[in-house]
Design a protein around this ligand. Structure first.
Ligand code: FPP
Length: 243
């Protein structure tokens, strides 16, 4: 998608992407199982989504489950999948009524059929909304996404719909899960870890990053607002020199 044409950010980010990290440590600090932290984290999602309109955030993308998260214990994985199903059932009406448009990115092949059905249902139910565009990354990995996109692109080449010499930087994004979304302006990671863990690798090439110590279940709309303000004072150059 087009990059910001004016370079200097006099306003807040339009697309914020969040790596919601720290649920496990939050629970551990309270002597509770990790899933307790994930449930607390899920409740935070609503506060953050609701804060978006007043902060001028049109697109919010959240990392709910990565392609690497399958390596967690069977209990935690099953608990997270159950949490996602319950979240969709419980939040569907609220999201639809608030004008939120929900999309999911990631590979659905490994997800259970009931969850995929609920995801499809929520996407369809909110497809006419144009408030906040909430994208939930579920069984998502940036490398996996690029590999799946490349496979589709290669198929188009093999079947004569695309010429190799026409492939450029604008081509691949059209095959990514995020093809209808602008690139994130700001990527936030909570819990003090300073890495991107395979999140939106292609899309965040020119994003601003904020790594904050807050554990995700403690993250508030007020902290998001501060990060948006700080973003507003940054100069984004996209590789160019200042004018
Ligand atoms: C990372 O914390 C968090 C996850 C792997 C799951 C993210 C899921 C949620 C916030 C729950 C709800 C989301 C939706 C959309 C309903 P961690 O477990 O790695 O924490 P740790 O680093 O402290 O162990």
């Amino acid at each position: 998608m087009p990059k910001d044409p004016d370079n200097v950010q006099s306003r807040g980010p339009r697309h914020v992407a969040i790596i919601m990290d720290g649920n496990g440590r939050w629970a551990q600090a309270r002597g509770r199982p990790r899933l307790y932290g994930h449930h607390a984290g899920a409740r935070r999602v609503r506060e953050v989504v609701e804060a978006c309109p007043s902060l001028g955030i049109k697109y919010l993308t959240i990392f709910a489950f990565s392609t690497e998260n399958w390596k967690r214990t069977q209990v935690e994985v099953a608990g997270l999948m159950s949490l996602f199903r319950r979240y969709i059932v419980k939040e569907a009406r609220n999201l639809a009524a608030s004008g939120v448009r929900v999309r999911f990115i990631g590979d659905r092949v490994r997800l259970d059929a009931k969850l995929v059905e609920l995801m499809d249902m929520l996407e369809a139910e909110t497809a006419g909304n144009d408030g906040v565009h909430l994208t939930i990354a579920l069984n998502y990995g940036g490398r996996d996404e690029v590999a799946r996109a490349t496979k589709r692109l290669a198929r188009d080449v093999a079947e004569g719909r695309l010429r190799p010499e026409d492939v450029d930087e604008e081509t691949l994004p059209k095959y990514l899960d995020t093809r209808v979304l602008p690139d994130p302006d700001l990527v936030i990671r909570t819990s003090g870890e300073a890495r991107i863990s395979n999140f939106l690798l292609w899309q965040s090439a020119y994003s601003e990053y904020e790594f904050v110590d807050t554990l995700w279940p403690d993250f508030t709309a007020a902290e998001l607002e501060l990060l948006c303000k700080s973003y507003g004072s940054r100069e984004r150059r996209f590789g160019a020199v200042p004018a």
